[in-house]
Design a binder for this molecule. Structure first.
Ligand code: PSU
Ligand code: MN
Length: 307
């Protein structure tokens, strides 16, 4: 049921650095052709750093780890790809459907095959109004179940970030803020929410991951990597846009797993494409950091073997 590309198979065997990517961004997060262009560019970015990319998606019921360029292209054009989080995985595989893996499903698959580093844009979290709707992304719970490190620009700015951080704290998820004291704010570099676990170098992150594993602490880690200042959208501008998008979402009675794709699309429309540009830049930035962490981790593992 799980098909590994030859490159990924070799990399796992030889303990070479690997970075995984999700496929919901391709099918539900960005329009065609930007989705395919971005997915391929991300693979190039990590490959240039000497790291093996592994884009993960479900094609006709097969969980593909390391999609080919042709598969990514086809995936980006395909209609009716199911958005797959933890609860949907076995259904989509058994029914031989096409599925786009969210952060939660991608983390699960990484855990199954032994990939430690996974790069995304922003994770899902606690939605505004969750006290009534119970809309809390399965991404958060996944951090208690899968031993995977997720490189992100924080959680998506459409969310209640304060409650998202409370949830992660309750669940015991380490949140490492890279070269910042604050939690990142997706389209803008800072949310103003202070955290305690700052790191300044990819090697420190690799050491913390290794320590978590050596101590047998189960679960994932979240790395918050702010969007570069040159590409950020100022908070006051994006917040107004998000408010309008949230209002529209309520008016049109969008529910469940359609909420996040709906909001992202509306924000692209309302910002006349600016949010899409920011989204691309922040993921590219995450890919660079993910590749550096994967290399440091692979070095730590190799050195351990020498001793
Ligand atoms: N980040 C993006 N674009 C996206 C997503 C994240 O920049 O499309 C996706 C991820 O796959 C994430 C999912 O896991 O949205 C969360 O959806 P929900 O809120 O329904 O759990
Ligand atoms: Mn939800």
């Amino acid at each position: 049921m799980i098909v590994l590309s030859d490159q990924v198979k070799l990399a796992l065997k030889e303990k070479l650095p690997i970075v995984a990517f999700e496929s919901t961004i391709i099918s539900h997060g960005m329009p065609y052709p930007e989705n395919v262009q971005t997915a391929l560019l991300l693979e190039e970015i990590v490959a240039k750093e000497g790291v093996i990319p592994a884009t993960i998606g479900i094609i006709g019921g097969n969980i593909v780890v390391g999609m080919s360029k042709e598969q990514i292209e086809k995936f980006g054009k395909q209609e009716n790809v199911t958005k797959v989080s933890r609860r949907d995985l076995s259904y989509v595989v058994a029914q031989k459907k096409w599925g786009a893996t969210t952060v939660s499903a991608t983390m699960m698959i990484c855990h199954m095959v032994g990939i430690e580093v996974f790069v995304t844009g922003g994770i899902g979290g606690v939605h505004f109004g969750a006290e009534n709707t119970f809309d809390i992304s399965a991404d958060l719970e996944e951090f208690t179940l899968s031993n995977v490190t997720v490189i992100s620009a924080g959680a998506k700015a459409i969310l209640n970030l304060e409650l998202t951080l409370e949830y992660l704290e309750t669940k015991g998820v380490p949140v490492l803020t890279y070269q910042s004291d604050d939690f990142a704010n997706f389209y803008s570099s800072s949310s103003g929410l202070k955290l305690n676990n700052r790191v300044n170098h990819p090697k420190e992150i690799a050491e913390i991951i290794t320590t978590q594993r050596n101590l047998n602490i189960n679960g994932g880690l979240l790395v918050s990597n702010p969007i570069p200042k040159a590409h950020e959208i100022p908070v006051d501008i994006i917040d107004k846009v998000i408010q309008r998008a949230l209002h529209l979402c309520e008016k049109e009675k969008i529910k469940g797993k359609d909420v996040t794709p709906f909001l992202l699309k509306e924000i692209v429309k309302l910002t006349k494409g600016k949010s899409l540009l920011a989204n691309k830049e922040l993921i590219k930035n995450n890919a660079v950091l993910g590749a550096q962490i994967a290399k440091e981790l692979s070095n730590l593992q190799k050195n351990k073997e020498k001793i």
